[in-house]
Design a protein around this ligand. Structure first.
Ligand code: ZN
Ligand code: ZN
Length: 282
């Protein structure tokens, strides 16, 4: 199995302040810890995909007060440490989780093209100023129409797809994260999304176990969305979206079951943004 979505933000040397860093560890020890946890769950290759808003070089992408106070990593150092892991023989891919923000296409493209990424996730976490998956923005759900939120989310997600610079679209129906489901039929959104992904050669969609650990308590995406992708021959990547080593590869039995129910036998591995299929049973 492959786990192509996880974060190092809580671990040395990526943690936010010196006092949260465990003493006596080296960056390579952190990476080895990630690999050990992965292997314990039968995962033989990981992509580390840190949030783009942590990096000073990308400050202008999310560019709001919430993200600004989390912006403190140097992207060159991050890439160098992951590449050192690769040189040491660790099965790690150099990745990034890119926030798609309407109107920031130029800087997004520059960051995607200026660094030697193996793998680039495309994500929508913001509808304008609303970070709809953040617990601190949860009250906004009471002021919004769920159906409208779904339509606004998928509109942005399809704009992200159209950029044509991502490897896989992460947690494609993240809009359900807090457990809200539309009253109306949204299958037209799923079909339209799948059409747009299919128009981008090689672009994958992600199956993620992270939703199981969120209020919604379900995998991303819903079965009809994945069926729409499978019907168009769109390939998948598999993900835990772990923010703690214990969550790497978590609930991958359910990920595999969902993938198999849509006829998937392989997930994609990426090197310098070029995909290779790997059997799901490995
Ligand atoms: Zn995300
Ligand atoms: Zn993530």
């Amino acid at each position: 199995m492959l786990d192509y979505h996880m974060h190092v933000e809580n671990y040395y040397p990526f943690g936010r302040t010196p006092d949260t860093r465990p003493t006596g560890t080296a960056p390579m020890d952190t990476l080895r810890r990630f690999i050990d946890s992965a292997e314990a769950r039968g995962v033989h290759e990981i992509a580390i995909t840190e949030h783009v808003y942590h990096f000073v070089q990308a400050r202008e992408i999310v560019a709001n007060a919430w993200a600004d106070e989390k912006c403190f990593y140097d992207m060159d150092t991050y890439v160098r440490i992951l590449q050192e892991g690769q040189k040491a023989g660790l099965p790690i891919k150099v990745g990034i989780e890119m926030d798609y923000m309407d109107g920031k296409e130029d800087v997004i493209e520059r960051i995607v093209n200026d660094y030697p990424w193996d793998f680039v996730l495309g994500s929508v976490h913001w509808i304008g100023p609303w970070g709809f998956d953040l617990s601190e923005h949860r009250a906004e759900w009471d002021r919004r129409s769920v159906d409208e939120a779904y339509r606004a989310y998928f509109r942005l997600l399809m704009q992200a797809v159209d950029m044509g610079c991502f490897s896989s679209m992460s947690h494609p129906d993240l809009i359900k994260v807090m457990g809200h489901f539309p009253l109306g039929d949204v299958s037209d959104l799923y079909e339209a999304f799948a059409d747009r992904v299919a128009a981008q050669p090689g672009l994958c969609v992600e199956i993620s176990s992270a939703g199981i650990r969120k209020p919604v308590g379900r995998l991303y995406p819903e079965l009809p969305l994945l069926e729409a992708c499978a019907a168009r021959g769109i390939a998948i990547t598999t993900a835990s979206d772990a923010h703690a080593v214990e969550d790497i590869g978590r609930d991958f039995d359910q990920v595999k079951t969902l993938a198999a129910s849509c006829g998937y036998t392989h997930a994609m591995s990426f090197t310098r943004r070029v995909a290779t299929p790997v059997p799901l049973s490995r």
